[in-house]
Design a protein around this ligand. Sequence first.
Ligand SMILES: O=P(O)(O)OC[C@H]1O[C@H](O)[C@H](O)[C@@H](O)[C@@H]1O
Length: 621
Amino acid sequence: MASISGICSSSPSLKPQKPLLRSIHSLRRDSLAFPTRSPPKLADRIQSVAREISAELSSSSKPEILKKKEKIEALEKDPRALWRRYVDWLYQHKDLGLLIDVSRVGFSDEFVAEMEPRFRGAFKAMEELEKGAIANPDEGRMVGHYWLRSPKLAPKSSLRSQIENTLDAVCSFANDVVSGKIKPPTSPEGRFTQILSVGIGGSALGPQFVAEALAPDNPPLKIRFIDNTDPAGIDHQIAQLGDELASTLVIVISKSGGTPETRNGLLEVQKAFREAGLEFAKQGVAITQENSLLDNTARIEGWLARFPMFDWVGGRTSEMSAVGLLPAALQGIDIREMLAGASIMDEANRTTVVRNNPAALLALCWYWASDGIGSKDMVVLPYKDSLLLFSRYLQQLVMESIGKEFDLDGNRVNQGLTVYGNKGSTDQHAYIQQLREGVHNFFVTFIEVLRDRPPGHDWELEPGVTCGDYLFGMLQGTRSALYSNNRESITVTVQEVTPRSVGALIALYERAVGIYASLVNINAYHQPGVEAGKKAAGEVLALQKRVLTVLNEASCKEPVEPLTLEEVAERCHAPEDIEMIYKVVAHMAANDRAIIAEGSCGSPRSLKVFIGECNVDELYA
Ligand SMILES: O=P(O)(O)OC[C@H]1O[C@H](O)[C@H](O)[C@@H](O)[C@@H]1O
């Protein structure tokens, strides 16, 4: 363990910055002020400061150009020079009809050269990853989402068979449902007409994005989602189904098979089925890891079908697994085209020449624009209604991958890249004002779709001008207006929104995230921070149970004994949790599950509370 003196006597050329010196002094103060403090706490502090210093030192290895970056004058504005830059850096994938324009991001040739060694490392890491290396070291897992669209790449024939067999099973099941060969036991239509997808995070965002982007106007089955544990939201979806619940295929998606929100959604939907006199198992499908709680439930209860998820596919990169493919196929979306687009994009991203590698180009721009530390947000602006959910999909893909506290060497780096946005030109009437003239804390990614309407369907709303021309003009105008005020942007262009182009876009960003993560030396494939929230939620519910027990005891007395919050906290043996107890009581009271005998929730100290019915069984539970 580094001693304080050791980590303080850094060489003059690499003196830690002021904030770190403050942490060291506070560390000294702590150790002097509390000599009796148990060594482990002090050791933790020393380790923490050591990590902060080494992170500072390692970040001081930041490419020289970034240190000078803030000194770079305004972006290039000469039209001739910009045109040259546009042409020189334009990436084109002919087969996919995809272009990437990075000319409005101001990185210099010097920067590109400086970054070359990092890219070599990133390409090597990606090559190893695709060969089956443990690319997720924190969870000891391989990372295999690229194999889903190129099964022959899988490092073992057994994995290849799993991928191919699952795809065949998905296609076969979807065909049988759409054709009516597989149908619900009792439904007026005599076939499935609706999909109710129950899942959250990566078990919802991909299917939601793809449904919005690619579902036909009249799909064989119309999809809706329960992606939260909000009772009103669940009720709304079930109410909208109405009698069509009888012809609804319920797909429950959870890689872990134990996510509380998804489990609650399932229980609520099963209750709705019981109340409608329907047999859930005959209309239920599970997509989860084999032998998970959900998988075993579906097997034991005899659900209609089960499809596997693999531990080497992360939730946020599972769209090309059964998670995304089954819902898409049931909507009549050509999933083999989606897989093909992704596979072709993957192949393009295997070149080790940065300017010929679309994903590397994005990663280069992200690093330049956000200084490799997320100093600027990524605003995603598709100028196409059907791509509305792309930014929400990218929020999880990018932020759950890049937003990490420690890097692969254990340095505290608090990395990230914030993503937001909806669609253009709509967002021009919401926050583009701030982007154009306000705080300069972002760069934009425009997603341009050239085809406005299917051939033969266009219409001029004024001589020589169509609606689509306006959309085109708004995108280009916004790009120019932002750039003229030194706001940088990337433009990704596709010919039209098709399964192939959507598959390519998904693959492009999956790879860009993986490459960028290597550039900033983090593990893109785990999500330790999510567990903290789940654990805390469990503690709140445990406290709530104790509060209810205490209130029940008080309510079973003759006469009933309304309690103050202090009394409840004391009887829960949790005086330090009085604020959470107050929130539990307020939530209970708002749902008629606790009765305010005196006072009001607005003045917590006045509160006296009990619960309506004494539950004698609970008393002796
Ligand atoms: O698919 P599940 O196991 O239910 O997990 C759903 C989601 O849970 C957490 O939020 C994870 O951080 C996500 O990556 C995951 O997509």
